[in-house]
Design a protein around this ligand. Structure first.
Ligand SMILES: C[S@@+](CC[C@H](N)C(=O)[O-])C[C@H]1O[C@@H](n2cnc3c(N)ncnc32)[C@H](O)[C@@H]1O
Length: 301
């Protein structure tokens, strides 16, 4: 693979700025970074099982050159460095803050020599990167404007026989048990419905049929796996923090788009009072995750 430079002069990615997930103010970015790290911490066994599936698919093929597409804080980067001890990862993201944070974490973990960062828009191809054994794209491909163009870029970066692993979730995790806010039954379901409407407008590829898109890009889908994850009490304190961050972001995103009484009820889960998700012991964290593992045909076609 042609080495990419750290924070290359690649054109700054265009600014989506259309979703609470996307580039926003530094505060929003910090919030997202913390959400990503807490998610990886809470669902660590899942991440481990997913990288094991990818290693199974790779077989004895050897994984030394890896790209983490839309790497965020590097949860995938670090999991893959551990799974494939002989590997180096190029972490690609359009958000410079994320890459700076990732590079700092890599240095702090003594892994700086195995990680490079590349600031670019994953939707416009991976110029200068080729011969990659594995591209990992977790919760990132649904952000690109044109998934087919992004997948064509991934395919071109892979060596013949190389793998693409796409990990996605069906939406925001669920947190509340039924009746969590007695005076507003069905609160979380209604908020999720309003959020789905927002996503349909702004993140149209969330929940896309990646199997079909991968096949359309000339990749052979070898695995498709869905897992319903559920974490119940006793939960670590980080589960409450995670719920608080995610629900705060949902409340901000739904400002003006949901029933004000629902937004006020959501506020009672976030305000530090008796109902606050950081204090209650009845949270159930549920999330559905999907994985596709696809291969560039070994004949290079
Ligand atoms: C939800 S986060 C996922 C981060 C990480 N892969 C994980 O699973 O924890 C999505 C990441 O994709 C990045 N991103 C969004 N659109 C992008 C694009 N067009 N090109 C490159 N990165 C992008 C965002 O900056 C963010 O870091």
């Amino acid at each position: 693979m042609t080495p990419s430079t750290s924070h290359s002069g690649a054109p700054h990615a265009h600014h989506h700025g259309h979703d609470h997930h996307d580039h926003g103010t530094p505060d929003q970015q910090d919030g997202l970074a913390e959400v990503l790290d807490l998610d990886a911490e809470l669902f660590a066994p899942y991440l481990t099982s997913v990288t094991a599936r990818v290693a199974d698919a790779a077989g004895d093929g050897g994984v030394t050159q890896v790209v983490d597409l839309g790497a965020g804080t590097g949860t995938g980067t670090f999991a893959l460095l551990e799974r494939f001890p002989g590997s180096r990862v190029t972490a690609v993201d359009s958000a410079p803050d994320m890459l700076a944070r990732l590079a700092g974490s890599a240095r702090a973990k003594g892994l700086g020599d195995r990680v490079r960062t590349l600031e670019t828009d994953a939707g416009t191809g991976l110029a200068g990167i080729e011969g990659v054994d594995l591209v990992w794209a977790s919760a990132s491909l649904h952000h690109v404007d044109d998934p087919a163009a992004a997948l064509a870029g991934v395919r071109a970066a892979l060596r013949p026989g190389g793998l693409l692993a796409v990990a996605e979730m069906d939406g925001m995790p669920h947190f509340l048990p039924d009746g969590a806010v007695a005076e507003r039954p069905g609160l979380e379901a209604r908020c999720r419905e309003a959020l789905s409407a927002l996503h349909a407008e702004r993140l149209p590829h969330l929940g896309a049929d990646w199997g079909t898109l991968l096949t359309g890009a000339g990749l052979t889908v070898e695995q498709e796996h869905t897992e319903h994850l559920e974490l119940r009490a006793p939960l670590p304190a980080s589960a409450g923090q995670y719920a608080h961050l995610v629900l705060s972001r949902i409340r901000d995103a739904l400002d003006g788009r949901a029933d004000p009484a629902d937004l006020a009820a959501l506020g009672t889960l976030l305000d530090g009072g008796p109902q606050d998700v950081r204090h209650r012991d009845d949270l159930v964290v549920r999330s559905t995750r999907q994985l596709w593992v696809a291969r560039r045909p070994a004949d290079g076609s």
